[in-house]
Write a protein that binds this ligand. Structure first.
Ligand code: HSE
Length: 298
C-alpha cells in the first residue's frame, strides 16, 4: 500500500571490521538517525540534530537527496541526526540507505533489498567519492553483512559487545581512501584473507574472541592510524581491559572494540581515558550488533 508519510530509524554502521575492506559491515544498535519522509511537489531536505549545520541541504549534494532524485520521487526529507558526522559510523550512508528504503515502501516501487543497496551506494558516492556498499548494506539488512560483487550475505550474531569510541578528530573518507596503496603484497593478502575467513566463522558461532582476533589486518589500518592521535594507546588500553580486538571503524576516526557484553562499560572508560591522555576528547557508544532500518511510524 502506498503511503504519504513515513518515519524510520536508521542505524549507524561500522564497515571493514579490519580484514574485510569494502566487504564487511555491521549495523549498530546505537547511535541512529530518525528520518521523516513526506510526499511533496519537489525534493526538499531539512537537517536537524547534531552537527546539522555542516550537512548540505542542496538535494544534489546530500546523499538522501541524490537517492530521491535517482528514484524520481518528490519528497520532503527531514533528517534528525544522531550519528556523528565524518566519524566512520556511516553518517552519510544512513540517510542514503534510509531514504532508499522508505521511498520503496511509500511509492510501492517493488525494489529488492539488493537493488536498494545499489541505489543507496550511489548516494554514498557523493560523500566519499566511491560507491562502496559496506555501510549502506548493513543499514538495510541489519546484522553482519558480506558485500559481494552482485550479492549480499547477512547474518545476525547475538550478544557481541561493541564499544565505539569517536574522538574529536576530522577524517574524510575521501582522503582516507586516497592514501591507500593500489597494491598489496601476496603475504599481506594472504594474512587478510585468513582473518576475513576467521571473521565469518566467528560471526557464525557468536565467538567473540575469534571475531576480535580476526579484526587484525595488514597495511590499511597502519596507514590510516596515522590520522588518529592516540590510536595505539587506545587500542592497547582496550585489549588490556579485556577487549577481544580493536580496529578502525570504516575510514575512522572512530575505533571499535569487540568484547563481552558485560565488559563494555569498563572498556569504554579506558578507551576514553586513553584518548584524553593524548589530549583528544572522545564520546563512547556502548552498543551491540543491531537490526537494520525500521519503520517507526507510517
Ligand atoms: N570501506 C570504506 C572505507 C568504508 O574504509 O573507505 C568507509 O566508511
Amino acid at each position: 500500500m502506498a503511503m504519504d508519510h513515513l518515519k524510520i530509524r536508521v542505524p549507524a554502521t561500522s564497515a571493514n571490521l579490519g580484514a574485510g575492506f569494502d566487504v564487511f559491515g555491521i549495523a549498530l544498535e546505537t547511535p541512529f538517525d530518525i528520518i521523516d519522509i513526506e510526499k511533496s511537489d519537489c525534493i526538499e531536505i531539512v537537517v536537524l540534530g547534531r552537527e546539522s549545520q555542516f550537512v548540505p541541504i542542496d538535494p544534489k549534494r546530500n546523499t538522501a537527496g541524490i537517492v530521491a532524485s535517482l528514484l524520481k520521487t518528490p519528497v520532503k526529507i527531514t533528517i534528525h541526526r544522531g550519528i556523528p558526522l565524518s566519524s566512520g559510523l556511516g553518517s552519510s550512508a544512513a540517510p542514503a540507505a534510509g531514504v532508499a528504503f522508505a521511498l520503496n515502501e511509500m511509492f510501492a516501487l517493488g525494489l529488492s533489498r539488493l537493488e536498494l543497496v545499489g541505489i543507496a551506494a550511489q548516494g554514498e558516492k557523493a560523500a566519499s567519492g566511491a560507491a562502496h556498499a559496506d555501510n549502506v548494506a548493513p543499514a538495510i539488512y541489519g546484522g553482519f553483512v558480506i558485500v559481494h560483487k552482485d550479492k549480499i550475505i547477512s547474518l545476525m550474531p547475538e550478544n557481541v559487545g561493541i564499544v565505539a569510541v569517536h574522538p574529536e578528530i576530522i577524517v574524510s573518507t575521501r582522503e582516507a581512501r586516497a592514501i591507500l596503496p593500489e597494491k598489496l603484497s601476496i603475504a599481506d593478502i594472504s594474512f587478510n584473507t585468513a582473518n576475513a575467513a576467521s571473521m565469518v566463522v566467528g560471526m557464525m558461532k557468536n565467538d567473540i574472541r575469534l571475531i576480535g582476533e580476526s579484526m587484525e589486518n595488514r597495511v590499511i589500518e597502519e596507514i590510516r592510524s596515522t590520522f588518529i592521535k592516540g590510536y595505539l594507546e587506545v587500542k592497547k588500553s582496550a585489549i588490556y581491559a579485556g577487549a577481544a580486538g580493536v580496529t578502525i571503524s570504516g575510514s575512522g576516526p572512530t575505533l571499535i572494540a569487540v568484547c563481552r557484553m558485560d565488559e563494555r562499560k569498563m572498556i569504554a572508560e579506558v578507551m576514553v581515558k586513553a584518548f584524553a591522555d593524548n589530549n583528544v576528547k572522545s564520546e563512547a557508544f556502548i552498543t551491540t550488533i543491531g537490526k537494520g532500518i525500521e519503520i517507526i511510524w507510517s
